[in-house]
Design a protein around this ligand. Structure first.
Ligand code: ZN
Length: 84
């Protein structure tokens, strides 16, 4: 397995780089997927999505392919390491 892509969700540079599939920066991680505030306002979407878009490489990253970090450590201990 290649290493996970690290996304610092409180870092401005990473917030500009990683976008929801429709190109918004208003996403938040949830358990095992993502949610986008702007997408949730659309009539044809509920805001939930499963692949984060990396603007730099144009890659789509599934939730289990990214490691989300906050200023105080991993966002999800079960998914992003720490306990195991
Ligand atoms: Zn969106």
């Amino acid at each position: 397995m290649p290493p996970k892509e690290v996304v610092r969700i409180e870092d401005d540079a990473d917030r500009w780089r990683f976008l929801c599939p429709r190109g918004h920066r208003t996403w938040e991680p949830t358990n095992h997927h993502f949610w986008c505030q702007l997408c949730a306002r659309r009539d044809d979407a509920d805001g939930v999505f499963y692949e984060l878009r990396d603007q730099k490489t144009d890659a789509l990253l599934k939730r289990d392919r990214v490691q989300l970090l906050t200023d105080s450590g991993p966002y999800d201990h079960d998914l992003d390491g720490g306990a195991q």
